[in-house]
Design a binder for this molecule. Structure first.
Ligand code: MG
Length: 160
């Protein structure tokens, strides 16, 4: 019975907004770095924004495949007046922890509504969140180790 119910459809539309807002937040962070010629960090956060866009599309595809209705909600303007790099990496980590909580919530709703077809998608996201939290936590640790902004930037190269 892979037909999305009204409740999960609404929750998934909310999550599409959350993922797109994540992309927006990371784009603003990327711009902050690019403006200061911290180019690897700018690239790191730009890549992160791409991934968030892909996350949003995974929810969109599920809604469509299960006969639901996609609603793109208004996005919040992202913060741009960061004081320093530490504030940015800590904000990114906190944000990923918040997204993990959201995915837990969606999992619970899918279970309560007996929409078991949605479970594999949500399990994929739970696994993804382990990686997202780990990556952003690692940025904080690395930053604390380097102290110098340009040294840090030099060591933040993504291979994926
Ligand atoms: Mg995401």
């Amino acid at each position: 019975m892979a037909q999305i119910g009204e409740k999960l459809n609404k929750e998934f539309n909310d999550q599409v907004r959350e993922e797109l807002e994540s992309a927006y937040i990371y784009l603003a962070m990327s711009a902050w770095f690019a403006e200061r010629t911290l180019d690897n960090l700018a690239a790191w956060f730009s890549k992160q924004a791409d991934e968030e866009f892909q996350h949003a599309m995974k929810f969109v595809n599920y809604i469509i495949e299960t006969g639901g209705s996609v609603k793109y909600e208004t996005l919040k303007e992202p913060k741009r007046d960061y004081e320093n790099i530490l504030e940015i990496v800590e904000t990114a980590y906190k944000h990923e922890k918040y997204i993990t909580k959201r995915i837990y919530h969606l999992y619970e709703v899918a279970q309560d509504e007996k929409e078991l077809s949605a479970i594999p998608l949500l399990l994929w996201f739970l696994e993804e969140q382990v990686e997202e939290e780990d990556q952003t936590a690692a940025l904080i640790d690395k930053y604390k180790g380097y102290r110098n902004d340009f040294n840090f930037d030099h060591h933040v190269k993504r291979t994926d």
